[in-house]
Design a protein around this ligand. Structure first.
Ligand code: FES
Ligand code: FES
Length: 165
């Protein structure tokens, strides 16, 4: 009986990602998501894998300053673009002002959605330092929080915006 020809996926390729300002060379299959590349190839576990299908926002990272779902983004498509994860926010041993505000305002419970929430707020405040509560709510509309921490998330974002002014 003839043997079935195995179906082979595309061969792995070399790609260099710019993650948090560092060039990171990896060897991956073209269909690998940015989320899997970050977590499994680069050991950056900040972006969380929850739904893995673009519905929760726990995997939110910034690509060229814009929030994207890393689970819905091909890693190879981000070559040559600036990828930022929550691990890249702290500098010189100090947390980013948005991270500090989340702590000060108790803006999380389980914390699973928190890295994604923070990246969405960081992108918002970079683009528009003068924000309202509605702006913040719109910015985190793609970040689901099943713990219901939204009031404190909005308060934290407004406090960080105020500090930035
Ligand atoms: S893990 Fe990416 S949107 Fe849920
Ligand atoms: S703090 Fe638990 S899901 Fe948001």
């Amino acid at each position: 009986m003839p043997r079935a020809t195995p179906v082979l996926g595309p061969a792995a390729v070399d790609v260099t990602l710019d993650v948090n300002g560092h060039a990171r060379a990896i060897h991956i299959r073209p269909q690998r998501t940015l989320l899997d590349a970050l977590r499994e190839d680069l050991g950056l576990m900040g972006a969380k894998k929850v739904c893995d299908e673009g519905t929760c926002g726990a995997c939110t990272v910034l690509v060229d300053g814009r929030p994207v779902y890393a689970c819905m983004t091909l890693a190879v498509a981000t070559a040559g673009r600036a990828v930022e994860t929550v691990e890249g926010l702290a500098h010189d041993g100090g947390l980013h002002p948005v991270q500090e505000a989340f702590i000060a305002h108790d803006a999380f419970q389980c914390g699973f959605c928190t890295p994604g929430q923070i990246m969405s707020v960081v992108a918002l405040l970079r683009a528009r330092p003068d924000v309202t509560a509605d702006d913040v709510k719109r910015a985190v509309t793609g970040n689901l929080c099943r713990c219901g921490a939204y009031p404190n998330i909005v308060a934290a974002a407004l406090a960080a915006a105020k500090r930035k002014k």
